[in-house]
Design a protein around this ligand. Structure first.
Ligand code: DQA
Length: 143
């Protein structure tokens, strides 16, 4: 059976210490543990990956075409710059949810635009790390 892929982009390995006033105090391990537990409750295996490199994220999205039923991703800064990640997502057939811990629409103007939103079936921003659970429930509901 295909798994649910959780992808986190650059600097999200620093969650917990990175600007906690914006991103909270949970670490990436906390996020991945809770995501995996909720996925199991919903009847799915989760595979959780993080990279600071755009090409690595692109390669994981390409591989997901064969291995993942759905993708939940926080592309972090690549949200606002990466046509390559958008193109990779456009080759993926299953549901895609975009998560932002902070409310990108209430921050600097350059964060208001998301390439990934052009493909994502839903975008969640500003709900803190709870956004990952909301996204997971949503994509599972679409399967
Ligand atoms: C982020 C928002 C992005 O603008 C930023 O570059 C990040 C994290 C968020 O989760 O709120 O790295 O995606």
């Amino acid at each position: 059976m295909k798994h649910i892929l959780l992808l986190n982009g650059p600097n999200l390995n620093m969650l917990g210490t990175r600007q906690p006033e914006l991103y909270g105090s949970d670490t990436l391990s906390d996020v991945e543990r809770e995501f995996t537990a909720l996925a199991a409750e919903l009847g799915f295996d989760a595979v959780c990956k993080q990279s600071n490199y755009e090409g690595q994220l692109v390669e994981w999205i390409q591989e997901a075409r064969e291995t993942a039923a759905a993708i939940v991703l926080n592309p972090a800064a690549y949200t606002h710059t990466s046509v390559a990640i958008l193109d990779a997502l456009n080759m993926f057939d299953g549901p895609v949810a975009e998560v932002h811990i902070s409310d990108i629409y209430k921050r600097e103007e350059f964060r208001h635009h998301s390439y990934v939103s052009l493909r994502a079936d839903l975008t969640i921003a500003g709900k803190g790390v709870e956004g990952y659970a909301i996204a997971l429930r949503d994509v599972v509901g679409r399967l």
